[in-house]
Design a protein around this ligand. Structure first.
Ligand SMILES: [Zn+2]
Length: 482
């Protein structure tokens, strides 16, 4: 139960609660005066000397909650150690909040970390994502600071809709503008968008070739060819970030912060490329709190880190030295869930200047509750994910092989949970959400999504507990070296 007593001076004392009834959820507020509910829409009942308000989890009521309980509005969190959690079904936030309350001291939470891709794929608006988080925070009586991450934004339209919904962190992703350098590269740069870059080839080369870039314990210089390659590959991406950034800053009416993410590009980001991108963005006036390069290989969805820990430590150290020298800004680790072997190391290398993103892993926790309580539904979700894997894997780093994945018909109900432990089937389920959750019946309803949400509401305690435990495991390891 959450009280507004301390929120605003002289404000009426109200108690807020989210109640999970069978298959549905509602907002209940109790207070001494019925007129205090005027910001909310619903029914008011007299109850002894008090009044009880009962309303739907509507956008109007979410907005009224954020007015009465101002800490529910996301804020910029700056260079603090932080972790982001995403939620494809709109029911995970109370579990996330419990995990942060219990295991996340020293780690600032970014709730509503949702990529534009996921929102589009699931037909959810940024406002719906934000409202679901608001209700989840009330449900868990959360009273701390929060941020929220409009993740992997690639268009002005997405920036506008996420701004309107109150997101505080904007992850700008210029990945589609990164150009692969051909093997027969001739060094020509005449076609680059020099106007947008407010630059010329000669002055760009003059800033880099044979100049020393001083890092923490080392320095770095570029040859003419190295810088031509970096400029060929990343100049359009730099221009894309600048245009998104300037639009964001022009339109923002609340405090926002920016991350630059190129983690979904096809090639590993070299230290030299990181220096070039950051130097150019700084020259053009872009300010950011975190940067996500593509690190060395080994980051796959939903499973442990598959690469060499030693190489990752060197990789992080190299990028961190640049982030210190050119920022400071945080390093951001995407595809960060389930990599229990790296959190403590990453935090130690980055001295707390770190942001960790986890997302789909909370969906897998939802499926584990489903496997236990609604095995037939779980079988349908698995089958849909299995059937769509060849297509849905294309935008993700995964290595699962359908040939070695079990056929659902061969498994007993008691064995279904195994599919959430085996690496291959975790990945198939993880990337299959788009197909499974948007499967429509003849009336246009999202049948599997609706059934899964009902299952989670009916078993909300189990779901909250599963998320608290799983995200808590991430947070306690992330905290270890602080
Ligand atoms: Zn990413």
């Amino acid at each position: 139960m959450l009280s507004s007593e301390s929120a605003i001076e002289n404000a009426p004392i109200l108690s807020f609660e989210i109640v999970n009834a069978v298959r549905s959820r509602e907002l209940q507020i109790s207070g001494a005066r019925s007129e205090d509910f005027s910001d909310f829409t619903g029914e008011i009942h007299a109850s002894g000397s008090e009044y009880l308000f009962v309303g739907k989890l509507s956008s109007i009521n979410a907005s009224a909650l954020r007015k009465h309980l101002p800490w529910l509005n996301p804020k910029a969190i700056g260079l603090n150690l932080s972790a982001g959690v995403g939620d494809r079904l709109g029911l995970a936030t109370s579990g996330h909040a419990r995990a942060f309350s219990k295991y996340g001291q020293g780690v600032l939470p970014i709730f509503a970390q949702q990529s534009a891709r996921e929102m589009h794929r699931l037909y959810r608006t940024p406002q719906e994502v934000m409202d679901d988080v608001t209700f989840g925070l009330v449900e868990s009586s959360w009273q701390g600071q929060i941020g929220s991450d409009a993740d992997h934004l690639k268009s002005i339209e997405d920036i506008d809709s996420c701004l309107a919904a109150g997101f505080s962190m904007f992850t700008l992703d210029p990945g589609d503008s990164v150009v692969r350098v051909p093997t027969n590269f001739d060094g020509k740069l005449g076609h680059l968008p020099w106007g947008e870059l407010e630059d010329s080839e000669a002055s760009m080369l003059g800033r880099y070739v044979d100049k020393q870039f001083i890092l923490e314990e080392s320095s770095r210089s570029f040859t003419d060819e190295q810088i031509r390659r970096a400029a060929f590959k990343y100049s359009a991406a730099v221009a894309s970030v600048v245009s998104m950034y300037r639009h964001l800053m022009l339109k923002a009416t609340h405090e926002v912060e920016v991350e630059i993410a190129i983690d979904e590009t096809s090639e590993v980001t070299t230290p030299g490329e990181h220096i070039f991108i950051a130097t150019e963005l700084k020259r053009l006036g872009v300010k950011w709190v975190s940067f996500a390069p593509r690190y060395i290989d080994g980051f796959e969805k939903a499973i442990e880190f598959k690469g060499s820990i030693k190489h990752l430590a060197e990789n992080l150290k190299g990028h961190f030295a640049i982030a210190q020298a050119l920022g400071p800004y945080k390093l951001s680790i995407h595809t960060g869930s389930d990599k229990f072997s790296i959190y403590s190391l990453a935090n130690e290398v980055c001295k707390g200047l770190l942001h960790l993103k986890t997302s789909g892993t909370s969906y897998l926790e939802a499926l584990s509750v489903c496997a236990q309580h609604a095995p037939e539904l779980f079988r349908e979700i698995y089958q849909s994910s299995y059937d769509s894997y060849a297509k849905s894997r294309s935008s993700y780093q995964v290595s699962a092989d359908l040939n070695s994945a079990p056929l659902i018909g061969n498994l007993r109900d008691d064995d279904l949970k195994e599919l959430l432990i085996l690496e291959g089937t975790r990945q198939i389920l993880h990337v299959g959400y788009g197909a499974a959750l948007t499967l429509q019946d003849s009336t246009g309803d999202f049948v599997l999504r609706n059934a899964l949400q009902s299952c989670l509401i009916e078993n909300k305690q189990d779901y909250d507990q599963a998320i608290e435990h799983h995200i808590g495991r991430h947070l306690s390891l992330l905290n270890k070296s602080t």
